[in-house]
Ligand binder design. Structure first.
Ligand SMILES: *Cc1c(COP(=O)(O)O)cnc(C)c1O
Length: 357
């Protein structure tokens, strides 16, 4: 076990009613923190009471955005264990994002031990009703008080925890998505494969416009030709055409989603035909015209599976599967959430136990 100093909060908060949790507004009593300085490496791993942090107004992250984050979930199982879904996959991806942003690599074991200890201390905050979870948000910021442009010499990594309500509080139902034809999110050779605030900053305007037009999110096309499908920006995207599950291949500009990996593994395990390849929006519309497009769904930690009932591209709207949840979308959602919450055997070894109650 890593040496992690613990300072406990004087006063503990309490978990609000589980139907009032929402997403990302409530935080637990403690957080994990660790610092980096050039020459010293990562040091001073600690757990401290959750609270305000102080950084210089000149802190580099505020000016040039050298920062990364992760998002994963802990669940309370029926037999009173607390498990995190694919923690090492998330922490390894955190380091991949760090590499893309020139942030020094972290010891995944230290982060894992820190997370485990943090969850053990704050385990009363893990909600238990169906669909709820403890959202885990690790992030790194660059902190040098310096307004020149360079790779920073000082960083802090944090892990904060937020109990979240059921994503589908008003029911699991298909969403309407706008295929973006004006804005672009990320370009090959850029930051698209990193989980970094910059990619979200680049997506806000398009999301705002789409919302006004009545869509929940946008589907991004490739930045060069605006022809090939990339992802939704918080989710990867899947198409079921002629009983084949197709998702865009990883190409450097889309995120290598952990839920995407889970979907691919489960569908393969079920004996379905699965392809990761380049797929154009034209191909999707053509498949729809020919009656071969059966389902469209997104995959991501927050929603797990999000069925898409409508796509709109260049003003051409198509309705998918009668705007109803597809058979495969429903089956994947049920099975993956059953694994996460310990209702079926975890034959893939995806859940990591963090604490017992
Ligand atoms: C986090 C994220 C996803 C979903 O990835 P998961 O690991 O499945 O949560 C997809 N796209 C982007 C841009 C993301 O930031």
């Amino acid at each position: 076990m890593t040496d992690i100093a613990v300072t406990l909060a004087d006063k503990r908060g309490t978990l609000p009613p589980e139907d009032k949790l929402g997403f990302g507004k409530i935080f637990t009593d403690h957080m994990f923190v660790m610092d980096y300085a050039t020459g010293k490496g990562w040091h001073n791993a600690r757990i401290v009471p959750y609270g305000q942090i102080e950084i210089s107004p000149a802190a580099m992250v505020l000016h040039y955005g050298q920062a990364i984050f992760e998002g994963m979930k802990a669940f309370r199982t029926a037999d009173n264990r607390i498990v995190v879904y694919r923690p090492l996959d998330h922490l390894n991806r955190f380091n991949h994002s760090a590499d893309i942003l020139s942030i020094p690599q972290m010891d995944v074991n230290v982060l894992h031990d820190g997370l485990k200890k943090l969850i053990e201390i704050d385990k009363e905050w893990v909600p238990k009703s169906l669909g709820t979870s403890l959202y885990i948000r690790p992030f790194v910021i660059s902190t040098d008080p310096f307004v020149g442009v360079k790779v920073a010499d000082q960083y802090t990594v944090f892990i904060i925890l937020s109990p979240v309500g059921a994503y589908y509080a008003s029911g699991f139902k298909p969403v309407a998505i706008k295929v973006e034809e004006h804005f672009v999110r990320a370009v090959k050779g850029g930051l698209g494969e990193a989980k970094t605030p910059a990619n979200y900053a680049a997506s806000l305007k398009a999301a705002e416009v789409a919302k006004k037009e009545g869509y929940t999110q946008v589907l991004w096309l490739d930045a060069l030709e605006q022809k090939y499908i990339e992802e939704v920006g918080t989710m990867n995207i899947f198409f079921k055409i002629d009983n084949e599950i197709i998702t865009p291949a990883l190409n450097g500009s889309i995120l290598n989603g952990i839920t995407r990996r889970s979907v691919l593994a489960v569908a393969k395990d079920w004996g379905m035909k699965v392809s990761e390849r380049r797929i154009s929006i034209e191909e999707v519309y053509e498949a729809h015209e020919q009656g071969r497009l059966q389902e469209v769904f997104g995959s991501g930690t927050a929603a797990v599976i999000s069925p898409v009932g409508e796509l709109s591209w260049k003003g051409r709207k198509i309705t998918i599967n009668n705007n109803e949840i597809g058979e495969t979308s429903q089956k994947l959602f049920d099975y993956i959430t059953d694994i996460q919450q310990g209702r079926v055997a975890d034959k893939f070894g995806w859940t990591g136990e963090m604490a017992k109650l």
